[in-house]
Design a binder for this molecule. Structure first.
Ligand SMILES: [Zn+2]
Length: 168
């Protein structure tokens, strides 16, 4: 009987500890969860740290940063990208990018189901189609073969937004 109650007490402690750790973790994560530009939830597989006009932001994907740079006429530099396959952080200059695929990683309210269960989409979405990063060209090719899109290196991916940038 004593053994049974101590087991129950232990289970309760473990449960409490899990709650505490879980709470800490979600508070910690929440601080980094939203895009600094469009305020959408950042998909952990697509998060990017970018400098737009010299100001650093955490953004939901590279496409959101590029759209911002184009709209604000500011150069975009990527500091860190996330491997869409593994969720690992990557050096942007060594990553490969798939632009224009059918995959939408950002959770947002511009796409919604109507009563007929058809997806309605607005004409312009700054994050769609997303631009996703991959550790290897082979991973990017595999993703593009399955989901559409164009495989680009960093220079080509940023060529449009940085075209007007005056080199010192
Ligand atoms: Zn965004």
């Amino acid at each position: 009987m004593a053994r049974k109650s101590s087991m129950a007490a232990l289970a309760l402690l473990v449960g409490l500890a899990a709650l505490l750790v879980g709470g800490e973790w979600s508070v910690h994560r929440r601080a980094n969860e939203y895009c600094g530009i469009c305020a959408r939830h950042i998909n952990p597989q697509a998060g990017v740290i970018a400098e737009i006009g010299g100001v650093r932001h955490r953004v939901c994907c590279a496409h959101c940063a590029v759209t911002e740079g184009l709209q604000e006429h500011k150069p975009v530099r990527l500091i860190e990208v996330t491997d869409f396959s593994s969720g690992r952080k990557l050096d942007p200059s060594h990553a490969w990018y798939v632009d224009g695929s059918r995959i939408v990683a950002c959770v947002h309210d511009m796409t919604r189901m109507n009563e007929m269960k058809h997806v309605e989409k607005t004409a312009f979405d700054r994050c769609s189609p997303g631009t996703f990063a991959f550790a290897t060209r082979a991973d990017a090719d595999t993703f593009a073969a399955a989901n559409g899109g164009t495989v680009l290196n960093l220079e080509r991916m940023l060529a449009g937004v940085n075209a007007g940038e005056v080199k010192p």
